[in-house]
Structures are given as C-alpha cells and as structure tokens.
Design a binder for this molecule. Structure first.
Ligand code: GAR
Length: 232
C-alpha cells in the first residue's frame, strides 16, 4: 500500500515548557491536528502542577509533567531533573512558551541551537518581566513580541522573528498584553513551522534563514506570514 506524503515526511518532535495559561501551547496543539503539520508536541513540562497548559496537553493526548521547584535543593538540581525528563522524550526542539522561570546555563547549553523562547517585547528592548507595564510607562508607540534562540543570558540570543503591535493612547497593561498575545500565537507557529521545514537554524549568535545569515529578525505581517524586514 502506498504511504501518504505526510507519513514519508520527517516530523519535528517538540517539547514545550509552560508555567501557566498555555495559550501559545494551544496554538501549536491546534496546528498539529492538520495532517500536513510537520511538527508534533511529544511532551509538555511545567514548574507548576496547576498550570492550565498541563490540562491543555492532556486534553490533546500529550504527556504532561510538572516538577515542583520546592522539592529540589537548588535551581541547578531542579533544571537537571527537568531536562532529564525532557531528554527522555527525545525532542528535536524545546519551545519555551510562557515558561516563567529563568533556566540555568547548563540547561540551555544542553539544548544549544535547539531551544527557543517567545518573549513579549521587541528584543533587545524590554527583557525581563512586566514588559507591557514598562512599555506604557515609557510612552512607547510600538510594542510587540519576539521568538529567539536561547543562550545562557536572560532574554538574549539571536532573534528569529518579531511582530509589531501599535500601542494605543488608552491602553492598560492588560489591554496591551491581550493584543500582543493575539499576535504571539501566529508568530510562534510560523517560527516553529520554519524550523520544522529546515528553513531556520541557529549558528552561534546568528540566525540562518534559507541558507542566508540574517542581521535582522524576520517580521510577521498582517497576513500572518514571515517576511524580510523593510530596508528602512
Ligand atoms: C506570553 O505572553 C509569553 O510571551 C510570556 O508569557 C505569556 C504566556 O502566555 N512569556 C514571558 O514573559 C517569558 N519571559 P500563555 O501561557 O498563554 O502562552
């Protein structure tokens, strides 16, 4: 019997790290219901047993594991246990999608070139927490989100792609966060798809897209596709 095209294709195995709501995870889970999808979530890992992300995984039939940081003596020991559990599902890529603990350098190095994060700002602007509040306090007119490879430094590492979101005069941190989150979902999906298709790889402090070294991140357009940034 002939095999379907999708069965012949390689599928990127992804492990997702999430601490809370898991709406970015849900976008990935929804996309993989399509037979043509070239990635598959093979495990979801959390530092919080109550994370809604774990429930979303279980509903989708994906193994979900939570480890409690309080059960471990140090951050280092916790991350060793967490990444041993991740190793066990043999992922090609680790996706931090709302994982709110800072990873140890050793954990990041274990997956060097194979671990990405979504962050709610236009990096290198606004690394760290409370990005929406800080953007509003500064009176910035443009905000957004970034997907980047992880390196052993907080919210650093080469940026694959970004999405820009206009700040409105009447925005609150909550309204701005909601508008950014809506755009995070297609941004993360397109980046994971591009990695699964072999179009995007990390090379040290650079991102290579379609065999070309990039000095600037790709941009998610209103059409929800990744584009080259304009020259200006
Ligand atoms: C997202 O906004 C993500 O960018 C952010 O947490 C939220 C998780 O939402 N991540 C960080 O702040 C990491 N520094 P979700 O759980 O609904 O995907």
């Amino acid at each position: 019997m002939a095999m379907s095209v999708s069965a012949l294709r390689e599928t990127l195995r992804i492990a997702v790290l999430a601490s809370g709501r898991g709406s970015n995870l849900q976008t990935l889970l929804d996309a993989q219901r399509d037979d043509a999808c070239r990635f598959r979530t093979i495990g979801v890992f959390s530092d919080r047993a109550q994370a809604l992300a774990l429930e979303r995984a279980r509903i989708a039939g994906v193994p979900a594991i939570a480890l409690n940081p309080a059960d471990f003596a140090t951050r280092e020991v916790f991350d060793v246990a967490l990444f041993d559990a991740i190793d066990a599902v043999r992922p090609d890529l680790v996706v931090c999608a709302g994982y709110l603990r800072v990873l140890t350098d050793a954990a990041v190095q274990r997956y060097a070139g194979r671990i990405i994060n979504i962050h709610p700002s236009l990096l290198p602007l606004y690394p760290g927490l409370r990005t929406h509040t800080r953007v509003l306090a500064d009176g910035a007119s443009v905000h957004g989100a970034s997907v980047h490879y992880l390196i052993p430094a907080l919210d650093a590492g080469p940026v694959i792609a970004q999405v820009r979101v206009a700040v409105h005069a009447d925005d609150t941190p909550a309204s701005l966060a909601a508008r950014v989150l809506e755009r995070e979902h297609p941004l993360l999906l397109r980046c994971v798809e591009a990695i699964a298709a072999g179009r995007v790889v990390q090379d040290g402090s650079d991102v290579i897209v379609d065999s070309r070294r990039r000095s600037r991140p790709l941009l998610l357009g209103d059409d929800d596709q990744l584009h080259e940034p304009a020259d200006t």
